[in-house]
Design a protein around this ligand. Structure first.
Ligand code: NAD
Length: 393
């Protein structure tokens, strides 16, 4: 083995159950784990869709409390409320039901409770340490948080405004993940499309990640194949269960690639656009992804595999071979841009409520982000970020 083929990544012990109707298997799984005191954190849409009632019926007396108004980007004040509700009921596990925000909230509650109960910081010293209060994740969007050991919380800054901070800790990776495509049948069109592009973005950034490895690359390519086929089908026919199942399988692979390879420019910019400019996460993804792909078209990442990321991506999207790796990456970026348009999503930051005068400040914040600093092409000043944001505006 040459030094070119070195890699290192963390894997997490998780039980993953995937099936139409899988929600009905939750009571058995919870029983096997021996959890009898549960908190559910979710957003208003799950209550309106009848999913909270479904869980209440399935879990009966084991479900002690429900926090059902998690806001996008997980405001810190809400974390304190949910931790206190969980502490009051001495819960043994926290269920996150919904998109990336309720799932992030479940992770934040798990950490908050552990710190409260042990009086110690909840962070794992070793990647194999297990949480005191594990997370159960039941995703209803394609954002992929169920597979990862990361969550974001939005903080009020002392001088005004908000900032999103992310926490990475192996302990918060959900121990039980239940994927039920039936829960996504009523996912509204814009959320289907935009969280689907978020999943696509995980795959793309995993392919050019500075820490990519054979497993993350395999997951990313599999994810791209599923998503590129299934997302247009879900958009055209929202209640097509096989299409929804394919799309959720793609989101699972995308989440797996996100979980084990460092993300880059695209994710760093989207966090700033969400946490500071208030752009919904999937919309930020839809606007930024083609620009991030073009920016990184010439990026070379260590093998394996030896093939350039753009060629890998273009082939997985079903595009014909291009003349060079850069041309392949550009073709893949154009394909994504056109898909975003076909799905009826915004393609410009100005259409997502971002003020042009804010672009330099957003570029500066992104420049300070660790995720942006993981970009395969080094970013040594805020200037290229501002140029990218202007192109996306
Ligand atoms: P979200 O969880 O913020 O939800 C957005 C909206 O979708 C909410 O109004 C919610 O009520 C609604 N919704 C969710 N599921 C629905 C359904 N089935 N039917 C109807 N409405 C539904 O959105 P998201 O895009 O899933 O997640 C974005 C958040 O997750 C961001 O904060 C992002 O940073 C984070 N995220 C984290 C990770 C990670 O690995 N930690 C990965 C991806 C995203």
């Amino acid at each position: 083995m040459t030094t070119d083929h070195e890699f290192r990544y963390l894997g997490y012990a998780q039980e993953v159950i995937f099936a139409p109707g899988a929600l009905a298997r939750l009571p058995d799984a919870v029983q096997r784990f021996g959890w009898s005191r549960l908190l559910l954190v979710t957003s208003g849409s799950a209550r309106r869709a009848g999913q909270v009632e479904q869980l209440e019926r399935l879990l009966g007396g084991r479900l002690l409390a429900v926090y059902d108004h998690v806001q996008p980007h997980v405001p810190e004040a809400q974390v304190a409320e949910a931790v206190s509700l969980a502490a009051q009921h001495t819960v043994e596990a926290v269920i996150g039901l919904g998109g990336g925000s309720p799932l992030g909230m479940a992770k934040a509650v798990s950490q908050g409770l552990e710190a409260q109960r042990t009086g110690q910081p909840a962070r794992a010293a070793f990647p194999t340490e297990q949480p005191l209060v594990p997370v159960i994740a039941i995703p209803t969007t394609y954002a992929g948080s169920e597979m990862t050991a990361v969550y974001g919380v939005t903080r009020q800054k002392p001088g005004g405004g908000t900032l999103k901070v992310t926490v990475t800790d192996p302990k918060v990776a959900p121990k039980l993940v239940v994927y039920d495509p039936e829960l996504t049948l009523d996912l509204p069109s814009e959320l289907t499309a935009s969280t689907g592009i978020n999943a696509l973005a995980h795959c793309v950034e995993a392919l050019y990640s500075v820490t990519r490895h054979p497993m993350s690359t395999a997951a990313a390519l599999g994810g791209l194949r599923y998503i590129s086929q299934a997302l247009p089908r879900c958009h055209a026919e929202p209640r097509d269960l096989p299409a929804r199942a394919d799309m959720l399988a793609g989101a699972h692979l995308a989440g797996a690639s996100l979980a084990s390879a460092a993300m880059a420019l695209h994710h760093g910019l989207c966090h700033v656009l969400g946490g500071t400019a208030g752009v919904p996460h999937g919309i930020a993804n839809s606007i930024i992804l083609p620009h991030a792909m073009r920016f990184n078209a010439g990026a070379q990442v260590p093998p394996p595999p030896a093939q350039a990321w753009g060629e890998l991506a273009a082939a997985a999207l079903g595009l014909p071979p291009a003349d060079s790796p850069i041309a392949a990456a550009m073709a893949a970026a154009d394909w994504v841009y056109q898909l975003v348009g076909r799905l009826g999503l915004p393609q410009h930051l100005r259409d997502a409520g971002v003020n042009e005068a804010d672009l330099p400040r957003l570029a500066q914040l992104a420049f300070e982000s660790r995720t942006v600093q993981n970009n395969p092409l080094p970013i040594t000043s805020p200037a290229p970020l501002e140029a990218l944001l202007r192109a996306a505006w």
